[in-house]
Design a protein around this ligand. Structure first.
Ligand code: NAD
Ligand code: MG
Ligand code: MG
Ligand code: MG
Ligand code: MG
Length: 345
């Protein structure tokens, strides 16, 4: 191992917000990422116009926040820099209806996730720059960090550079939303999309919830109480992850008892074994060959039947009911809720 990173990392000194001085930036969508980008850009002195459909619930919010709002079509027309922050599943239709007709040579089309470009759902014309600035955090944190003079790490990628300025312009945007304060890593659309899908499917969202459910069911089926199983397999996970986040696996192993450390080290690979590794490789392959994305696009076109069913099954799992009851009974959850609300405001 060397201590050299394999990719470029950019900080505030590498970027200049005034690059966007003569530019109007259209932020399409005012959800998690959209509201954070629009407000941070605005407060960094960038000319912003938010693009939302007539009658969209987000319209009032954006106007109340003091931003100029127009339809996506009108915003794309006025702007030379278009940041696409509507949900990934509607981007192709928003592109076709509101963006493409308004693209001119030299415009920038920017994303916060590369799915639609990488899998060919959006094919921008030659002559426009196509880039990505993807904060590695939910939008409310991008906003909160900016307000606290802190940064949010992010990824930057250039897919198409016709002006020769694509990178410089994307860096200016990344600085204006606060990402270069923390550090921005250079990547490609392919790497960002495939690693993001893999991470959320195999480890972060899919892998973890499945591990928790199997652990919970194993204890409950063996006669242990659901409340104890909930604490051991779900609630304590947060404490463990906090330690890993702070200091890697080493800090976690240092903090738990020697018994926990020996038990975990000697049994972990039995639980998540070579077979799980093979399943991960298969999952990665479906991402790389486009099978997953094809399935997801068809699922949306069909009105999300499987998605609805999977969601319902997850909601009906006993651990959800036990958890809701316990979180109501114990004071710790309530205190954290209040804290979160205060932080969010
Ligand atoms: P979101 O669901 O929170 O917000 C979507 C916004 O788009 C809402 O304001 C909604 O009113 C608007 N919208 C929905 N349909 C529309 C339509 N047909 N036309 C116009 N506007 C429409 O979305 P998000 O989670 O902020 O995701 C936006 C992008 O950011 C996606 O590409 C996503 O992958 C990426 N991203 C999200 C996160 C995250 O943590 N949420 C992190 C990094 C990147
Ligand atoms: Mg335009
Ligand atoms: Mg993702
Ligand atoms: Mg214990
Ligand atoms: Mg120890």
């Amino acid at each position: 191992m060397t201590d050299e990173f394999t990719t470029e990392i950019y900080y505030d000194d590498d970027a200049d917000v005034s690059t966007l001085d003569d530019e109007t930036v259209a932020v399409l969508g005012y959800g998690s990422q959209g509201h954070a980008h629009a407000l941070n850009l605005h407060e960094s002195g960038v000319d912003v116009i938010v693009g939302l459909r007539e009658g969209s619930a987000s319209r009032d919010a954006a106007e109340a926040d003091g931003l100029t709002v127009a339809t996506p079509d009108e915003a794309a027309k006025q702007a030379g820099y278009i940041s696409v922050l509507v949900p990934d599943t509607v981007q192709a239709s928003v592109y076709e209806n509101a963006i493409e007709p308004n693209l001119e040579a030299g415009d920038t089309l920017q994303f916060a996730h590369g799915l639609n470009i990488h899998y060919g759902q959006i094919e921008p014309p030659e002559g426009v720059d196509v880039s990505m600035v993807a904060p590695k955090s939910p939008g409310h944190l991008v906003r909160r960090n900016y307000e606290n003079d802190e940064g949010t790490p992010g990824l930057l990628a250039v897919y198409q550079d016709t002006t020769g300025d694509a990178e410089e312009r994307a860096l200016a945007y990344a600085k204006a939303i606060g990402c270069t304060r923390a550090g921005v890593i250079e990547t490609t659309f392919q790497e960002e999309v495939e690693s993001d899908l893999f991470g959320e499917q195999a480890v972060l969202c899919g892998g973890v919830t499945s591990l928790v459910k199997h652990g919970y069911e194993t204890l409950v089926d063996a006669g242990y109480s659901p409340e104890i199983a909930y604490f051991e397999c779900l609630n304590e996970l947060k404490l463990i992850v906090d330690l890993m986040y702070e200091g890697g696996h080493a800090e976690m192993w240092d903090s738990v008892s020697d018994t926990a450390e020996y038990g975990g080290l000697s049994r972990g690979d039995r639980i998540v074994d070579e077979h799980v590794r093979e399943n991960m490789e298969e999952t990665l392959e479906e991402i790389q060959n486009g099978e997953f994305t094809r399935e997801w696009i068809l699922e949306n076109q069909a009105g999300r039947p499987s998605y609805t069913q999977l969601r319902q099954a997850e909601k009906n799992h006993e651990i959800e009911e036990v958890g809701a009851r316990l979180r109501d009974l114990f004071a710790w959850a309530e205190e954290e809720d209040t804290e979160d609300e205060e932080d969010d405001s």
